[in-house]
Design a protein around this ligand. Structure first.
Ligand SMILES: [Zn+2]
Length: 232
């Protein structure tokens, strides 16, 4: 899906400000909307997204761009570190989004997507004490603490730690996701699939977590595995 809103005429803004954003909204109305008017009209009164996409708030991760989906397809939940608190521990926005997506919107897939160079995972990995400066972030990241313990126990080389944290956090958040009653119920009925991804920003590639083998695999490997499973 080409992103016409980033047209060249906007490139001149040195420090993008609110006017820059308004200009973008104006360009969207004038240049992008008319091309997809039928789609937007069909979406005006209802949505039927097929997938709940949970990812990091990081500005470099663009769910619709990396999945090549259009408005109306993804129900998106973003937060620092693509975290899903285990059910019952922190019943807040994420839990409500999960419940609503599964029970009201009947999504058929949930993807938890982490990414390379994640600031949240870097912070956790470094063990930096942010409790005083950012107590809310600190409290939130406790939901990924088990991933840190697992990675630290492995005694990895320094440069591999952040990526290992990113991957381990996906495993952990998938486990947390399954503690949500709505998710557990639909999984038991075979009406929902969940999958963990890691998006590599610099390479433009997605890798997929294979839960049976407990490892990340390339997109091609994941596709073959899923096609084989479907054929059975
Ligand atoms: Zn991140």
């Amino acid at each position: 899906m080409p992103d016409k809103s980033m047209s060249e005429e906007r490139g001149g803004a040195e420090t993008p400000d609110l006017l820059y954003l308004l200009q973008g909204a104006d360009e969207f109305s004038r240049l992008v909307f008319p091309d997809s008017e039928a789609l937007f009209k069909s979406l005006a009164r209802r949505q039927a997204p097929h997938t709940l996409f949970i990812t990091c708030a990081d500005s470099r991760v663009s769910p619709e761009m990396i999945t090549q989906t259009r408005p109306g397809e993804l129900f998106v939940c973003r937060n620092i570190g693509n975290i899903v608190p285990a059910y019952g521990e922190m019943l807040g926005g994420v839990s409500a989004v999960v419940e609503y997506a599964v029970l009201a919107l009947n999504v058929r897939q949930i993807v938890i997507c982490g990414h390379s160079d994640c600031g949240a995972m870097k912070g956790l990995a470094s063990g930096a004490t942010i409790a005083d400066e950012m107590p809310t972030v600190h409290a939130w990241l406790r939901n990924a603490e088990a991933a840190r313990s697992v990675v630290m126990a492995r005694k990895l080389e320094e440069e591999r730690i952040v990526q290992a944290m990113v991957e381990e956090n996906i495993r952990l958040q998938l486990t947390h996701l399954r503690t949500h009653p709505a998710v557990a119920g639909r999984l038991a009925l075979g009406k929902l699939q969940v999958q963990g991804w890691v998006y590599d920003i610099g390479r433009g590639k997605v890798s997929v977590f294979d839960e049976a083998d407990s490892k990340f695999e390339s997109l091609e490997e994941a596709r073959l595995r899923m096609l084989r499973k479907d054929a059975r």
